[in-house]
Design a protein around this ligand. Structure first.
Ligand code: HSO
Ligand code: ZN
Length: 449
């Protein structure tokens, strides 16, 4: 799969003008996820045992799944010892540069002045924000260590002013946490690191255990077990916890026209393909001829063969496609329908084309903007809606860590101005106490006048 008869790593190619719209819609389907029943059958008992047996259960799962049998406590509390964040200076420098860019971009999203609107004379409506007090940030382990995800989740939590930042991440088999993650945790002021992964980490943060702090919101990507557990706890009123968004496998859609550099296009497709066998990459080729398509395909194969993770790439390329379309408008219609997590525009006048984006998690504009700059260091967030959820969800941003609270403040004149409307609607709804809450005050004003 993902390889043709001669062993070439190749995406399937469709020319939209030669297919029915139904076929194209079918082609743009996400690879289907394992049935939720099966996943929930595994996740439910895990959640139950964490609730019943707390730390002991967390440790058991970590011993079993992470093989970290030497671990005796599931939590590491701040201040984290320097010895746990020994890193080469170039890694420190890279984290520091990325941290600062992410901090700046998210700090600019702060609405520090409350919104005040006088809707009628004497009727003042205000909106102000407050940080969510305790947040749990899930940083996946698995086939790659992801300190960048710790940055993307931790920096906005710090900027928002969340009082307790808890980071959960599966430990390595020797029981230690990746030093990059410890370093990021200390930079963002995390109060603790939960050394657990999967549904058990989510459950521990949702309900709290003897040593894991219960949180108010859980953010971060994860596999199907993590996602299922997040969905479950956010639906459980006993947990009192919310989540950022549903998550699926990572994906990219690249729109390329004749001006695009084939090597750049291939490198962007492969950056996403190497994440996991379930990643999906889509190339929309705008009016490219056979020779131009072949140039991209040759680059894709050549670059893929040189990658350490070529086997993962083979898996994801197996369910990835190239769509050849007639013009940029057709490309953007298809892209908006697919609603990609990442959208890369390697086209003439990319800023103009960016204006046509209706649905996407994050957009990468022009030849000098590979997705990887956004994954790590540009300042934008990489925790983004996948699986078509870009149609209704935003990526993680400062607002993900805030509540917006409104207030109303009326003067006597204000109540005189708006009172009639209130009383009439209360009458319509036959809620007499509502009506009287206004009329009592109005007659009081008349008496004291
Ligand atoms: N592209 C991934 C994020 C990531 N890339 C982390 C590298 N490390 C999902 O947006
Ligand atoms: Zn990535």
């Amino acid at each position: 799969a993902g390889t043709n008869e001669e062993g070439k790593i190749e995406m399937k190619r469709y020319i939209t003008s030669q297919e029915t719209p139904e076929v194209i819609a079918e082609v743009l389907q996400r690879p289907s996820q394992k049935s939720t029943d099966r996943i929930m059958g595994i996740v439910n008992p895990i959640i139950k045992s964490i609730r019943e047996r707390g730390d002991a259960a967390v440790l058991e799962y970590t011993h079993k799944f992470e093989k970290a049998t030497s671990l005796t406590s599931p939590v590491l509390r701040a201040p984290f010892p320097r010895s746990m964040m020994q890193l080469p200076p170039e890694t420190i420098a890279a984290i520091d540069v990325s941290f600062e860019n992410i901090r700046r971009f998210h700090a600019a999203q702060q609405d520090d002045k409350p919104l005040v609107v006088e809707t009628m004379p004497g009727v003042v409506c205000t909106r102000f924000s407050r940080p969510i007090e305790r947040v749990g940030l899930y940083v996946p382990g698995g086939t790659a260590v992801l300190p960048s995800t710790a940055l993307m989740l931790g920096v906005p939590a710090m900027v928002a002013g969340c009082k307790k930042i808890v980071i959960a991440s599966p430990p390595r088999a020797d029981g230690s946490v990746t030093p990059e993650i410890v370093y990021v945790a200390s930079k963002v002021g995390a109060e603790s690191i939960v050394l657990a992964g999967g549904a058990q980490a989510v459950a521990a943060m949702a309900y709290g255990t003897e040593s894991v702090t219960k949180v108010d919101k859980i953010l971060g990507p994860g596999n199907q077990f993590v996602t299922a557990a997040k969905m479950f706890v956010s639906n459980d009123t006993n947990a009192g916890v919310s989540i950022d968004m549903p998550a699926g496998p990572s994906e990219v859609l690249v729109v390329a026209d004749k001006t695009a550099n084939p090597a750049f296009v291939a490198s962007d497709l492969l950056s996403q393909a190497e994440h996991g066998v379930d990643s999906q990459v889509i190339l929309i080729a705008v009016d490219l001829n056979e020779q131009e398509l072949a140039a991209i395909e040759d680059e894709l194969h050549k670059q893929a063969m040189a990658l350490p993770r070529v086997d993962i790439v083979r898996g994801s390329i197996a369910h990835s496609v190239t769509l050849v379309v007639k013009d940029i408008d057709e490309a953007m219609t298809l892209s908006n329908e697919y609603a990609p997590e990442h959208l890369i525009l390697q086209v003439a006048e990319p800023e103009k084309v960016a204006e046509k984006v209706e649905n996407a998690g994050s957009v990468f504009v022009g030849p000098w903007t590979p997705e990887s700059v956004g994954d790590y260091s540009a300042g934008v967030n990489h925790s983004l809606p996948t699986y078509g959820y870009a149609k209704q969800y935003s990526g993680v941003n400062l607002g993900s860590y805030l509540k917006h609270i409104t207030s109303s403040n009326l003067t006597a004149d204000g109540l005189r101005n708006v009172g009639e409307a209130v009383m009439q609607l209360a009458k319509v709804e036959e809620l007499e106490a509502h009506r009287r809450a206004v009329s009592i005050r109005l007659s009081h004003m008349d008496k004291s006048a």
